[in-house]
Design a protein around this ligand. Structure first.
Ligand code: MN
Length: 129
């Protein structure tokens, strides 16, 4: 098995504990990570650093993750970067909302530490095929 250690994941998350957990789980599996605590900062970092994948919290202060994803998908510079939603609202209709905004899929919080990094790897594989 070849590890995906060249892959960079941009984590957009305003909750410091969730950010720390996501980053730790990704880095222990060999991913590089970038961090942003707001949608605006996430969009800037996405344009500047072209990550392999963006993990986008939906509940953010100011602009929310769905609006940020729509902007990323409307911009030719970032439209090709897969966005995976991170949402605490595992409610009926949420999957449709994230897909309609342009997300490839979603991960529900609380983060499942056993499957999180593997799920990100699967989203990256899905995007490539
Ligand atoms: Mn949040």
């Amino acid at each position: 098995m070849v590890e995906d250690n060249a892959k960079t994941v941009l984590v957009v998350e305003d909750n410091p504990a969730n950010m720390e957990l996501a980053v730790e789980l990704l880095e222990v599996r060999g991913f590089r990570t970038l961090q942003a605590a707001t949608a605006e900062e996430g969009i800037c970092r996405a344009k500047a650093e072209r990550p392999s994948l963006i993990l986008m919290d939906i509940g953010l202060p100011g602009m929310d993750g769905l609006a940020a994803t729509r902007l990323l998908k409307q911009d030719a510079q970032t439209a090709g970067i897969p966005v995976v939603a991170l949402t605490a609202q595992a409610m009926e209709g949420d999957r449709e909302k994230t897909l309609a905004a342009g997300c490839l899929g979603y991960i529900t919080k609380p983060i499942d530490t056993r499957t999180f990094a593997q799920t990100i790897t699967l989203f990256l594989s899905a995007q490539r095929s």
